[in-house]
Design a protein around this ligand. Structure first.
Ligand SMILES: [Ca+2]
Ligand SMILES: [Ca+2]
Ligand SMILES: [Ca+2]
Ligand SMILES: [Ca+2]
Length: 494
């Protein structure tokens, strides 16, 4: 190597250490990666440098919105981000952030002085003071969130920035733009490291992106069909009916899909919803129940059936097409087999309805909506079963197209009305970070989503709350899950 080559090499090496250029991002942490289209790659780790069967970190993109740092990360194999190595396809992935870029402060690790350590699989987050003393932070507090919550080989991660690293609300840093350093490390034996040497330098954006345009609460068109789906955490409507009265009055749904409501039977749920939304009795609401799922509808219910612990109803819309509503609450947590089975049975029920071999019949082109607490904390194959018609258990039958001509069902990313957040479940003291466990999938050939959002009274503007008659703590007092609201217009049948 002659001198000029050496110079080029050292300049190249210098560049490798230089900050990845900052990237303002209007991120929505939800496990859908469309906001990263065209984003500049932060770092690409070599393939094949992880242990056999272990994680193999790949490409990493970085962005921030002045409030939070966003990572999009490839991990080389399917893993459940918040499962420990001892669990199903778990991991011991760790992220170290040196927030002041001083090796002398924080936890001495990976040649950094880390002020923040995230152990994804072990579900723990630690802050370190200057002297390196740890403070454990419950992941449920939401400082760190990773999506999807089901297994994947790619994740979106949102990390709240401390105040000291945020630009002023309206201004920009007068001094130099702040930088941080980070390293990702798979803590397994011989685990992969990203980057292979040194650290990623990241220069934070100068300006805060700011809150998104609020999503209006009212339905876009009076003719739209509004559905509210909500896991009500251990029958809370029976315990705190006032909270649910306020929520229902503000949301004014035509159809409510409750999950985890066992203290009431269908008639009690029906009576409650009708008393709030049709106090004069001008609409005769109807309801059906299967175990803890109850569907209450302002439109007549033409047919219904239980599917394990879930409920399917055929709802008579004032349109040519009617609506098949699956109200879903498959098993939680590490009950993978139970979840596999129920997702498959739900998919099979829809296939049978489409083929005219179910216990009640529908018309060609009727719409379908699959709303509920999906408990998506395990294998992604469960989502693929219902969304894409790929059965987990091949003995359930051949794959089919649940979205008919469109193939798959649509899975719209819904966000909170006033913030770039998409989680639907949170519990501040939990070792699980807030997650998107509740979904509303639908047949896109029969329905158009006109408006959709997640209701979190805590993050709504106080003016909006007042106008709607809601209290700040209503969502918190209502459930560990948030309500999902969708407005559909029914497409004209061809
Ligand atoms: Ca996203
Ligand atoms: Ca790698
Ligand atoms: Ca430090
Ligand atoms: Ca590596």
């Amino acid at each position: 190597m002659n001198f000029s080559h050496a110079l080029i090499a050292s300049v190249a090496a210098l560049f490798l250490c230089l900050p990845a250029s900052s990237k303002s991002i209007e991120g929505l942490p939800d496990g859908v990666f469309d906001e990263w289209e065209g984003a500049k790659l932060g770092k690409s780790d070599p393939r094949g440098d992880g242990p056999a069967g272990g994680l193999d970190l790949g490409r990493l993109w970085l962005g921030d919105d002045g409030e939070a740092l966003y990572l999009r990360l490839e991990v080389g194999r399917e893993t459940i981000l918040q499962n420990p190595p001892s669990g199903d396809i778990g991991n011991d992935l760790r992220l170290y952030l040196d927030l002041d870029r001083k090796k002398s402060t924080g936890l001495p690790v990976e040649n950094l002085g880390a002020e923040l350590e995230i152990r994804f699989g072990l579900r723990s987050v630690f802050r370190y003071d200057q002297a390196g003393n740890p403070e454990s932070v419950a992941p449920g507090a939401g400082i760190v969130m990773g999506f999807p919550t089901h297994s994947s080989d790619e994740f979106e991660i949102r990390i709240e920035l401390p105040e000291s690293l945020r630009p002023a609300r309206t201004g920009t840093f007068k001094a130099k733009r702040k930088r941080i350093k980070l390293v990702l490390r798979d803590n397994a034996e011989g685990g992969d490291r990203l980057p292979d040497g040194g650290a990623i330098n990241y220069k934070l954006a100068k300006k805060a992106v700011g809150d998104p345009t609020p999503i209006r609460f009212e339905r876009a068109e009076t003719a739209d069909v509004r559905i509210l789906s909500m896991n009500v955490e251990a029958s809370t409507p029976a315990i705190r009916p006032d909270v649910y009265r306020r929520l229902l009055e503000a949301i004014r749904p035509d159809i409510v899909a409750f999950q985890e409501l066992t203290a009431w039977n269908a008639e009690q749920a029906r009576e409650f919803v009708e008393s709030v939304l049709s106090p004069d009795g001008e609409i005769a609401w109807e309801a059906r129940q299967q175990f803890d799922t109850i569907t209450v509808s302002a439109f007549p219910i033409l047919g219904w059936a239980p599917i394990d612990g879930n409920l399917v109803t055929l709802i008579d819309l004032p349109e040519e097409r009617d609506l098949v509503l699956f109200n879903m609450h498959p098993p939680c947590c590490d009950n993978e087999d139970g979840r596999d089975e129920e997702f498959d049975n739900l998919a099979a029920a829809w296939r049978d309805l489409l083929q005219g071999s179910f216990s009640f019949s529908i018309s060609d082109g009727d719409a379908a909506v699959f709303a509920g607490d999906y408990n998506l904390v395990g294998f992604r194959r469960q989502l693929e079963s219902i969304r894409d018609g790929v059965f987990v258990d091949a003995s359930k039958g051949a794959d089919f197209a649940p979205g008919r001509g469109e193939g798959s069902l649509r899975d719209p990313p819904l966000r909170h009305t006033h913030r770039r957040l998409a989680y639907t479940w949170r519990r501040a003291s939990s070792s699980f970070s807030p997650g998107r466990l509740d979904l509303i999938l639908f047949t896109g050939d029969a329905l158009a989503l006109e408006r959709g959002f997640v209701v979190d009274t805590d993050s709504m503007r106080s003016k909006t709350r007042r106008k709607l008659g809601l209290n700040r703590r209503d969502s918190e007092l209502a459930s560990d899950h948030l309500g999902l609201v969708v407005d559909f217009s029914v497409r004209n049948a061809n």
